[in-house]
Design a protein around this ligand. Structure first.
Ligand SMILES: [Zn+2]
Length: 185
């Protein structure tokens, strides 16, 4: 090795030194990363231990204190930060709900795994009868609803000529009940 170094040209020596420096830097980076990870693990372990032994009251206190800190920060957050916060929480909420639903479904179907199916948002309206459709109900070939009113041949509105007064009020009125009905129907 030494003899090899003595015989190497200045360029070769420079390349070797550069390589050595690079590999030292890499080794350092890896060990720092390892240290950081170990630190994170140990921190989360002690956090878990504290939480497991804390009383219900203490847990409640901790949660409400975290909540008020987060709430206090809200007025100064940017629109992006606000969107990010809301997205984070709604994703977490949906994930938890999905997990809960999956467990319920699994129990109901004798242990079979049932995954939730999303039809997408209600984004399309039939041009003939104005019925609303979920995104996944739309046929990709023609960009239109697969089965609806047979392209206007079936006149759905006629069937609703004599519907109950109460329903008519909700469907066509502008009271707060009607508003609520029309937007959540
Ligand atoms: Zn239609």
């Amino acid at each position: 090795m030494r003899r090899k170094r003595q015989s190497e040209a200045p360029e070769e020596s420079a390349i070797r030194k550069k390589k050595d420096r690079e590999s030292r830097r890499l080794r350092r980076a890896v060990s720092t990363q390892k240290e950081k990870m170990m630190e994170r693990i140990s921190k989360s372990q002690s956090k878990l231990e504290t939480r497991l032994s804390e009383t219900k009251e203490r847990a409640e206190e901790r949660r409400s204190s975290l909540q008020s800190i987060a709430k206090a920060k809200r007025p100064s957050e940017t629109k992006e930060q606000s969107t990010e916060r809301i997205t984070h929480h709604s994703t977490r909420y949906r994930k938890k709900k999905d997990e809960k639903n999956a467990t319920t479904a699994k129990n109901a179907f004798g242990g079979a795994t049932v995954t939730r199916h999303h039809l997408g948002q209600i984004t399309t309206t039939c041009t003939n009868c104005r019925a609303s459709f979920f995104k996944d109900e739309i046929s990709n070939d023609v960009g239109m609803v697969n089965i609806c009113c047979a392209s206007g041949d079936i006149e759905v509105e006629d069937n609703f000529a004599n519907f109950p007064a109460q329903i008519e009020k909700l469907l066509t009125g502008d009271s707060s009940d009607a508003d609520n009905f029309q937007s959540n129907i």
